[in-house]
Each structure stands twice: as structure tokens, then as C-alpha cells.
Design a protein around this ligand. Sequence first.
Ligand code: SAH
Length: 223
Amino acid sequence: MSDPDPSGPEGDSQAERKMRFLFQLRTRGVTDPRVLAAMEGIDRGLFVRGQFADRAYEDTPLPIPCGQTISQPSVVGLMSQALEVGPRDTVLEVGTGSGYQAAVLSGLARRVYTVDRHRRLVVEAETIFQVLGLHNIIAQVADGSRGLPDQAPFDRILVTAAAEDPPGPLLAQLKIGGIMVVPVGQSDAVQTLIRVTRSQTGFEYDELRQVRFVPLVEGLGQT
Ligand code: SAH
């Protein structure tokens, strides 16, 4: 290996880029074999367009339309891992964004509902899900801070935008034994990723790590 540039020079083969991408995930703590396999199967390059497309395999968040961001791959991996998704689970993701996290969840769960407040993002993500044949994802335009009452309760809920507190409707839509992973804190500060586990008697909260997400905003977007 004579090339020290972790982002990969131009002309790198697809296989080399993929190996480097998976290696980066492992060194940053993504070790669950099911999560690694799901991420290996989804090409992040499809979810990043325009001037940032050539950085799709770097472990960095990148801008997407509507002023939002596609999360850093290692954070996608760590969140998916913390969610402990089983093959029979129904998952709700709040914050479709590019659709990348939903596509990864699609390989782990039976069914994935994903919602975003921006119609443009939902439409673009759906197009990619079709191309990839990910038929177990149902994408909808909705204010995810209210959850998805018609489909509730969920085995797992993943929120990929920062809330000041875990939204009450989402807690209410979590099954007993269910797990929710959500970044909590002020939108302009570093936030804490927390895992909420619902038991017969209440909710247990674990702090996982510091993260930085765009804010969870109530109501639908203009576009
Ligand atoms: N999971 C995405 C990244 C999400 S960025 C990916 O893999 O690319 C956060 C997303 O949350 C943005 O697209 C934003 O529009 C959305 N969002 C913010 N508040 C929301 C709300 N109340 N309901 C639904 N989506 C929301």
C-alpha cells in the first residue's frame, strides 16, 4: 500500500474503495457483522450527488438538498448497531434525508417506515429505493416528531435529527421491549446520542456518545 490518502485517489478500483470504507467503519467501532454486511451492500455514492459525489466514501457528513446532511457513515453504523435491529422488526426512521440510513436499515429489518418533512427528499430517496429494489421501505412526507400513529407501535425507532428531548409521541409509539435511538440536545451544540429502552414498567436511558445532527423541526417543510 503506497497510497497514504485515506479518501482514495482517483483511479482507485471500486473494490479498493469498498474495502477502505469497511475498514474505516471497523476502526471507528462498527463491529456488528449484520450491520457491516448491510452497509457493504449499499453504495453510499448513490445517495450523494453533485460536487460532493466524489467524497461519498469518506467518513464524513455531506450536504444534501433542502439544507440537510447525509450522516457520517460510522455514525450510521453505530446508530444501526445500537438499535439492535432483528430481521422480524418493524422500524420507524424519522429524518429520511438522502435515504442512506433507511437503505441500511432495510437490510436489517423486516419493514422500514421512513419519514421526512421535506417532500423533495422523500421523492428522491424513493427513486433510489426503487432502483435498488428495496421494497421493504415505505417513505412518507410527515412530521416525524408526531411519529406515525397509523403504523404504530414500532419495535425500533431511529431519529436522525436532534430533539431537545425524546418526543413524547415517539416514546408512546415504541413497543414494550422496543428500543429508540435519538440525538438529544440543543440544535446548535454538540448533542448526546441516547438509547431508550421501553420495559413493562417504564423507560431506561443510556448515553452512547456525542454527535452533531441537524435539528428536528416541527411541521412540514416548504419543499
Ligand atoms: N438519515 C438521513 C440524514 C438525516 S438529516 C440520511 O441517511 O441521509 C435529518 C433529516 O431530518 C432532514 O432531512 C430533515 O428534513 C429531517 N427532519 C427534521 N425534522 C423533521 C421532522 N419533524 N419530521 C421529519 N423529518 C424531519
